[in-house]
Design a protein around this ligand. Structure first.
Ligand code: PEP
Ligand code: MN
Length: 363
């Protein structure tokens, strides 16, 4: 058993917070005292986990689903911490929940995706955090809106919280996809670009919604230089009271963390830097050429715009747009470009063309 007095736990929490990668694991929900403690002990035995998570209050989509054990589970986490030395983290969504979590010495708080979307709730949580020295992680909102995510960060920062981190857990979308929540990596990358001082960790569990693809997402996050992972684990995943399909046993979690290929952002190797510099110059050169070509393409679109204007023809002709896309899919595939990229790229090019033509038409 390890010392878990308050000062020592602050230090242990700081070490976990500053460690790269920071690994957070534990059940989606705290269910029983025995389940929390056994999960914590088995996680601690893997030696791969820095922070123990457990949902105490669960915001569920439909009433009647398990909505969390409530404050009665907080002493279980305290006990798990006492037995393992692992700092703890829970999701909080109201001022009262912040208060309760602090009363029971939770070490790190997180704001869930369904809370980040709601400025009233975020503000209430931020107000409860005023004057409190505790690290706070903020999940992305369920909808792909970086301003909402940034707004939540700003509210918590304005309340005086010094240590803020981000959790990328994917975004909901309509219809079935491979993922429970689409990762939309570009949004996480953009958030990281805007806030280089904030750590960002990835939550493969809520992105995937299923165990079999957790590793791919976790590895991708590490390849993208994320600062850590939060992955749900359960002593009996199939019988978990929430998110059963995506949880793994503590031992499997340990294996997963061991089999990730950890990469660093930089190296002292001169050969590496020289080679990279050369290749980056080539990329810059090609990017310059691409922009010149795009500009030429827009000039041609403008000429077409003139003809359309003179003959009173609409800018958009769906047939022609389909033809462009079909051609691009066929050619792109031969060049090793994905259909997804071709679609996005041509959408952007086509919109820019339309804007250029619009200017001509209405000049
Ligand atoms: C969770 O972490 O268990 C959770 C509810 O996540 P999210 O807020 O990402 O849905
Ligand atoms: Mn969950």
């Amino acid at each position: 058993m390890q010392a878990t007095d308050a000062t020592n736990m602050k230090e242990v929490t700081q070490q976990a917070w500053n460690k790269k990668p920071m690994i957070i694991s534990g059940p989606c929900s705290a269910e029983t005292e025995a389940q929390v403690i056994e999960t914590a002990q088995r996680l601690a035995n893997t030696g791969k986990v820095d922070v123990l998570r457990a949902g105490i209050w669960k915001p569920r989509t439909k009433p009647g689903m398990f909505e969390g054990i409530g404050a009665k589970g907080l002493p279980w986490l305290q006990q798990a911490k006492k037995l393992t030395g692992l700092p703890t983290t829970v999701e909080i969504a109201t001022g009262k929940q912040v208060e309760d979590a602090l009363t029971f010495d939770v070490d790190i708080l997180w704001i869930g995706a369904r809370t980040t979307v709601n400025p009233f709730s975020v503000q209430e949580v931020a107000d409860a955090l005023r004057g409190v020295d505790i690290p706070v992680l903020i999940k992305n909102p369920i909808n792909p809106d970086l301003e909402l995510w940034s707004g939540a960060v700003e509210r918590v920062a304005r309340a005086g919280v010094k240590q803020i981190g981000l959790i990328h857990r994917g975004f909901s979308s309509y219809g079935n996809t491979e993922y429970r929540n689409a990762p939309m990596w570009h949004l996480a990358i953009e958030m990281k670009r805007r806030n280089p001082e904030l750590k960002i960790i990835n939550d493969p569990s809520h992105i995937c919604g299923r165990r079999d693809i957790l590793m791919d997402v976790a590895q991708k996050a590490i390849d993208l230089d994320f600062d850590g992972l939060m992955i749900e684990s359960h002593i009996d995943p199939d019988n978990a009271w929430s998110d059963a399909k995506q949880q793994v046993t503590p031992e499997r979690l340990g294996e997963m963390i061991s089999s990730i290929i950890w990469r660093s952002e930089d190296t002292a190797s001169q050969e590496y830097h020289a080679a990279l510099e050369k290749l980056r110059q080539q990329i810059n050169h090609l990017d310059d050429e691409l922009m010149q070509i795009l500009s030429q393409r827009m000039k041609i679109a403008e000429k077409i715009g003139e003809y359309k204007k003179n003959n009173n023809i609409t800018i958009l002709q769906t047939n022609r747009w389909n033809e462009i896309l079909e051609r691009a899919f066929v050619k792109g595939e031969k060049q090793g470009l994905s259909k997804e990229f071709i679609t996005r790229y041509f959408d952007a090019v086509h919109m820019e063309s339309i804007n250029h033509q619009n200017k001509i038409m209405n000049a």
